[in-house]
Design a protein around this ligand. Sequence first.
Ligand code: ATP
Length: 356
Amino acid sequence: MKQFQKGSVHFDNVGKRYGAVTALKQLNLSIDPGQLVTLLGPSGCGKTTTLRLIAGLESASEGKIIIGGEDVTHLSATYRKVSMVFQSYALFPHMTVAENVAYGLTVNGMPKKQATEKAEQGLEMVGLAGFGARLPSELSGGQQQRVAVARAVVLEPEVLLLDEPLSNLDAKLRRHVREEIRKIQQELNLTAVYVTHDQEEAMAVSDRIIVMKNAEIAQEGTPHDLYERPNSAFIADFIGDSNLVGCDILSTDQESTEIRLGRKQIRVPISTSLKGHAQAVLRPHHLQLDLTNRDVPFEGEVTYAAYLGNEIQYTVQGDFGEMFVINQAVGQPIAVGQTVGIGISVEDLRLVPDDE
Ligand code: ATP
C-alpha cells in the first residue's frame, strides 16, 4: 500500500466527461506536500476541470482522487480540506474585509472573537493589517485579491487552489501579487495548485509545472526542465519564445549529434533518439545577427525592428521562413531592409520531433 503524506494530491486515472465532451482523459498526477504546482495550457485544455475536481466542485467520471492519504473521490467540496481563490475574488460586498476573512471560520464553528483575531493575523500576513474595517469596494483589485488569499489561508487548508488569481489585475500589480502569493505559500509550507494560461507567471511562481494540451498532460517538470528539455514543438513554443526550424539528423552518438540546419552542417553537443527529420529549437536571444559573416546557417532580410530600451527585437525573413531574434546590442541597431547572417549558439540548440 502506497503511503500518502498530509497535503499531497494524487490522481489515479481520473477522467472527466461532459456528455460527449472529454474534458480530461485518464490523468495520473502526484503533487508533493508544500509544493506549488501550476496547471498551464491553452484555453480548453482541461486545467480548470482538474482544479475543480480537486476542490470537489466537479465529480470524476472515472478514477480515484486522494488528498493527504484520504480517498475523497466521492466526498463533496464542503468536506474536503481545500480552499479556493477565484479569479473574480468572490468577496461578499456588504461585509467588511475582516468579516470576509473571518466568514469561513465562523461557518466552521469557531467563536466570533477567535475568528476575528485569526482574520486580523491573516490580513497582516498579506500586508493588509489595518484594512479590516473597510468594505471590499474601498480596496484596489490587488488588495481585494490579497483579502481573498487571506480568507482561503486562514482556513488552514491541506491544499490551496488558485484559479487564474491574477487575471483581473493589470500587468504591474500582477507581478507584485504573484510574489506575495508565492511568499505566503512558502512561509506556510502549503501545498498549492495554481491554474494559469500565462507561461511567464507559471515559470515565476512554480516548483513544478504541468503543461496540458487536449485534455491530457503534454509534459511536466520544473520550469528549468521544461525550458531546457522540451519534449515537443508544442512545449518549446509554449514555454518561452522559440523559433522552430526543420533540420536533418545525419548521425548521433552519446555526446553529440550532426545535423544539417539551413545552409550548414553542424555538430551540436547533445545526444538524441530522433532520426531523419526533426525541429531545431532556437531561442531568440541565442541567435546572433551578423552584417558581414556569411559562414552561418541562415541569411535573411530584417523586416521589422522594435526598440525596447534594453533590447531590440528583430524579425528576419529568408528561405527558412520567419525568425524572431532578440539582440541586446541596442547601441548598434540594424536597419529594416538590411541583409543579415543569423548565427546560432550550438550549446543552446535543442531538438524536438516534428509535429505529428
Ligand atoms: P480556460 O483557460 O479557457 O479556462 P481550461 O483549460 O480551464 O480552459 P476547462 O474549463 O477545464 O479548460 O475545459 C475543458 C473542456 O471541457 C473544454 O472543451 C470545455 O469546453 C469543456 N467543458 C468544461 N466545462 C463544461 C461543462 N460544464 N459542460 C460541458 N463542457 C464543459
